[in-house]
Design a protein around this ligand. Structure first.
Ligand code: TXA
Ligand code: MG
Length: 318
């Protein structure tokens, strides 16, 4: 991939470094930055293509939804509904190592790839001073998973980030080691608070703020293990992946040089296809409920994550 030839800039934790990181993020580049938990791999959360590149850089075989990082509680209202117990937790622990999964607001402007097509979005306001300054200066919401290749442990220094992702991202903002070293605690609201992933904010602190025990989601329709979603966005229409040709009544979601109702990437670019996937599935689903055939997608690089999602969308539903 051409990304392997990127020269990854190491930016200092000063005014110039922050300005450079912010402008790279606004322009659609990938920038790793420190939070108090671990280093994040950031991209402008409103930019489909930039978000798709996160999955490519990490070589993630699945489109897990990502956490959107914002500089303040006040900034949340453009993107998600924050009220009741969620607002109490936000007021108690933000900025800090807590992520809240909240109802996504319509017209949030966030890339659908950020929330993997779901109606909810994970939001975090990190406390690290560099993260704070970067998010304020960037002026865009920043989607960021941990800045490690898929399957490797989360990075707590800029050196770890370079070891894993050098050549695949534009820059890393070097803020020294992270204090907490484990990912944020994730709480969903369903409609009462549910612990989805234990992390840097102790459960005891959550329970003290809530005035009682918090439920832990072991298994349900949507989550099978902390941090793992089993049920994903799927269109209502029937899906038929790996379709060389369409059959009567089907619409075609194309890839490459084919005549199609919508085309994920006419030039056969897998990153572009990933960037378009959720938006185009939603669009086809809104237009009609006739079956959707999808052109074959090569099963390498980003193609693996795309095929994973298409298989799930095509699976029988109970
Ligand atoms: O400390 C952290 O949380 C770090 C730093 C960089 O902020 N980020 C991080 O992101 O750990 P990541 O991508 O490794 O974990 C995000 C997890 C997903 O795997 C998923 O379990 C959960 O957040 N998540 C995100 N959006 C969700 C949603 N809409 N519904 C349920 N869970 C969601
Ligand atoms: Mg991670």
């Amino acid at each position: 991939m051409s990304d392997d030839r990127l020269k990854t800039e190491i930016l200092n934790a000063d005014v110039d470094g922050i300005a450079r990181a912010a402008s790279l993020l606004r322009g659609g580049a990938l920038v790793s930055f420190p939070t108090e938990t671990v280093y994040g791999l950031g991209a402008n959360a409103t930019d489909n293509h930039a978000v798709a590149r996160i999955f490519e850089a990490k070589n993630r075989p699945q489109f897990n939804p990502l956490i959107v990082h914002l500089p303040s509680l006040e900034a949340v209202e453009d993107y998600a509904v924050l009220e009741g117990a969620a607002l109490d937790l936000a007021q108690a622990f933000w900025p800090g190592p807590l992520t809240l999964v909240l109802p996504l607001k319509p017209n949030s402007g966030l890339s659908k790839l950020v929330s993997a097509g779901l109606e909810s979005v994970a939001i975090r306001v990190p406390a690290h001073p560099l993260a704070q300054e970067l998010l304020k200066e960037a002026g865009v919401p920043v989607a960021a998973p941990s800045a490690n290749p898929s399957g490797r442990i989360s990075p707590s220094t800029a050196g770890h980030v370079i070891n894993g992702l050098s050549g695949k991202i534009e820059a890393v903002l070097d803020g020294g080691p992270c204090d907490v070293g484990v990912e944020s605690t994730i709480v969903g609201i369903d409609p009462t608070p549910v612990l989805l992933r234990p992390g840097g904010l102790p459960i005891e602190a959550l329970e003290a703020a809530l005035g009682g025990p918090i439920a832990t989601r072991q298994e349900s329709a949507t989550i099978t293990a902390p941090g793992q979603l089993s049920s994903h966005y799927a269109p209502n229409a029937m899906m038929r992946p790996n379709a060389e040709t369409t059959i009567a009544g089907e619409r075609l979601l194309g890839f490459g040089h084919v005549e199609a109702d919508l085309n994920l990437s006419p030039s056969g670019d897998l990153v572009e296809a990933a960037a378009n996937l959720f938006q185009m599935l939603h669009q086809l689903d809104e237009e009609a409920d006739t079956p959707i055939a999808v052109s074959p997608i090569p099963d390498h690089g980003m193609g693996r994550a795309i095929n994973d999602r298409l298989r799930r969308a095509a699976a029988p539903r109970g």
